[in-house]
Design a protein around this ligand. Structure first.
Ligand code: GLN
Length: 194
């Protein structure tokens, strides 16, 4: 099997807009719900949504182990919001059985910015993609409470990291797929996947 596609984990959440953004950037993007589909990926997006539901579905679809192996093997991955939670080293305010893969050395607090009603947008200056500022939507977003020394903080909002990279893994606490600004998807494809 040739692993040349860019997968978007499509168990739950905001996967459709990620597929569209990646395709606009020229990638061969497809939805991933099975182990076979996972094995066709050379890179993966783990979207926003609800991490606790995604974890239940990962378990139900027998994807925890194969996904954990691909992540441990260094698959380029972009986790947004709930996806950031799934890739974090540790998670506060999670469910008792909240699983996270520990792919990025950050500690996050689920819903740390408040409830749905506290959702907000912010303009982020991101040197990695250059000006102008990126308009970012934060929806029941996780707060990054600690970022390890191996983590590059690519953007902050009010001094809190909101976009981080550790080697082949990029994570954002906001939803980059909700705007028509594809620069972060392009950065992921060009600089992280390479
Ligand atoms: N609060 C959600 C969770 O815990 C994440 C929200 C989002 O992805 N927009 O999974």
């Amino acid at each position: 099997m040739v692993a040349d596609g860019v997968g978007v984990l499509a168990l739950q959440g905001a996967f459709g807009r990620h597929v569209e953004a990646l395709r606009r950037c020229g990638a061969d993007a497809h939805e991933v719900r099975t182990q076979d589909q996972l094995l066709t990926c050379r890179a993966l997006v783990v979207p926003g949504g609800e991490s606790t539901t995604m974890i239940k579905l990962l378990r139900a679809f027998d994807l925890v182990e194969p996904l954990g192996k691909l992540l441990a093997d260094g698959m380029p991955t972009f986790g947004t919001c709930a996806g950031m939670i799934l890739l974090a080293r540790s998670v506060s305010d999670g469910q008792p059985d909240q699983l996270s893969f520990g792919t990025v050395d950050i500690d996050v607090r689920r819903n740390g910015y408040g409830r749905q009603i506290d959702s907000f947008e912010a303009d982020l200056d991101i040197a990695a993609i250059g000006p102008p500022a990126l308009r970012a939507a934060f929806i029941r977003a996780p707060v990054v409470e600690r970022a390890g020394s191996d983590v590059d903080v690519l953007a902050t909002h009010e001094d809190i990291p909101v976009l981080c990279r550790q080697g082949p893994v990029l994570v954002s606490s906001f939803h980059p797929e909700l705007s028509d600004d594809d620069r972060l998807h392009r950065y992921f494809l060009d600089d992280v996947v390479g």
